[in-house]
Design a protein around this ligand. Structure first.
Ligand code: CMC
Length: 431
């Protein structure tokens, strides 16, 4: 970020104020309003942060008009086809692609941290049997700070590193345990001879009673889903992690806050909501009815898996996932899956509809991911936990970047107050 010679002039109550302008390496210029209140006595108003940069960052760049997503400069489609999740994790965390030795060391460190403290098993058992796995994950990840005291001091870079590796390594184990608990099956311990994605499938689908061989094509598809969800700039859950962390809260508490935020249907919960919607539509002949509902201002229904705050052209992650859906379903011999037919027809109908064209609404990452996950055998309740475990590395990378930033200060937005002004208390008998 460089401060340019350019400034913006604000005229207010007969006085002029110069606002510095920063030029990013990519993307629109940014007005620096940090001193505005001190100098001019006004706040800016931007609910939903549609025009506000909350931080500077070097991790991820999105060009919503061009449908571009870069991690440390590398396009997501190249990473999805040529790289894999742990390599992308290294890239997000440390800024560069690893050498073969660095990757081997990183994979070994992650692999050696996949087990959770044995006492955490008891913690799981306190949840109701039918708890949603996201509810369990919010609680269990928050509780990690009670089990791993030696990595909660955020002022110590070594502890930050250990906490990061622990979170990346243990989230698949915790997500799989939440799933196993919800279906009444025994927890499955991680296996260090399997790669990250294969180990997750093993922990979800194997049972002690028989052998389970992970299909390499499915583990590759799983890894690609992880990779496509790894980071996404300052979205709601990442901003939640940063805001929680700005108070100095420990990393496990911050990531639990991110998981809680991700759960909402406007964010990570959209993949579950999207598949439920496709099932409700059921057959292609019912598509017009749902399109009409999505366009009706008096109906709260929205086409789930459609639209994005930043992408106004195409979501590059959705493009990769659509192709992946075809491959996985063909592999599983279910290419005539009725949900995929409904999804493809719905996508075409919406893309040709003036309402969706005018509002620049396109399929997002959640539109096709659910179809793949269901074909792999996951229930809808596991879709958002899979998003959460994939996004953990993004949250941590952003968290580490923020803590290391000397400009880091507690996040504390102001407000446009529209309530009562001062009035005198009225005794209860006089109200
Ligand atoms: N179906 C129908 N209309 C829509 C949709 C949709 N999916 N999305 C936006 N619109 C309309 C909306 O009604 C509004 O119309 P108007 O201008 O007439 O009021 C206009 O498009 C702009 O919508 P917005 O809600 O102001 O846009 P936003 O940037 O605040 O919201 C969004 C973005 C993703 C929350 C929204 O598009 C949405 O609710 N989509 C469905 C949920 C979904 O798929 N979420 C996953 C997002 S990607 C993954 C992630 O972030 O986790």
């Amino acid at each position: 970020m460089t401060e340019t010679q350019k400034t913006a002039k604000l005229s207010l109550n007969g006085q002029d104020y110069e606002l510095p302008i920063f030029s990013p390496t990519a993307g629109p210029d940014v007005l620096d309003i940090r001193k505005l209140y001190a100098q001019a006595g006004v706040f800016t108003y931007d609910p939903g942060f549609t025009s506000t940069a909350s931080c500077d960052s070097t991790i991820t760049y999105i060009d919503g008009n061009e449908g571009v997503l870069l991690h440390r400069g590398y396009p997501i489609d190249q990473l999805a086809s040529k790289s894999h999740y742990l390599e992308v994790s290294y890239l997000l965390l440390y800024g560069e692609l690893p050498t073969a030795t660095q990757l081997e060391d990183f994979e070994a460190r992650v692999t050696r941290h996949t087990m959770v403290h044995e006492q955490m098993h008891n913690f799981f058992r306190g949840f109701r049997r039918d708890a949603h796995p996201m509810a369990t994950m919010v609680g269990v990840v928050g509780a990690m700070s009670a089990f791993y005291h030696d990595s909660t001091d955020i002022a110590d870079p070594w502890q930050r590193e250990v906490a990061s590796i622990r979170l990346i390594a243990k989230l698949p184990t915790i997500a799989a345990m939440a799933y196993k608990y919800s279906i009444g099956q025994p927890f499955v311990y991680p296996r260090n001879d399997l790669d990250y994605a294969a180990n997750f499938l093993h922990m979800c689908f194997s049972v002690p009673a028989e052998d389970y061989n992970v299909n390499p094509i499915l583990s590759r598809a799983m890894d690609r889903i992880f990779t496509l969800h790894a980071d996404h700039e300052q979205n709601a859950s990442t901003s939640t992690v940063r805001l929680a962390s700005s108070s100095g809260a420990n990393p496990f508490a911050c990531i639990a806050a991110g998981i809680a935020c991700l759960w909402g249907p406007a964010h990570g919960g959209a993949n579950q909501a999207c598949l439920e919607m496709l099932k409700e539509i059921g057959t292609v002949d019912r598509i017009p009815e749902f399109i009409a509902r999505a366009k009706d201002k008096d109906d709260p229904f929205r086409l789930m898996g459609f639209g994005h705050r930043v992408y106004k052209n195409t979501d590059p992650r959705a493009t990769v996932l659509k192709q992946s859906a075809d491959e996985v379903l063909e592999l599983l011999g279910v290419e005539d899956n009725p949900l995929l037919q409904v999804a493809k027809e719905l996508e075409q109908t919406a893309l040709n509809d003036p309402y969706f064209k005018e509002k620049k609404l396109f399929p997002n990452v959640d539109f096709y991911s659910g179809i793949i996950l269901e074909a792999m055998g996951f229930p809808t309740s596991m879709f958002t936990p899979i998003f959460a475990l994939s996004r953990t590395v993004g949250w941590i990378s952003q968290w580490k970047e923020m803590i290391a930033d000397p400009q880091n200060k507690i996040g504390r937005p102001r407000q446009l107050y529209l309530g009562q002004t001062t009035r005198d208390y009225v005794d209860i008998e006089n109200r």
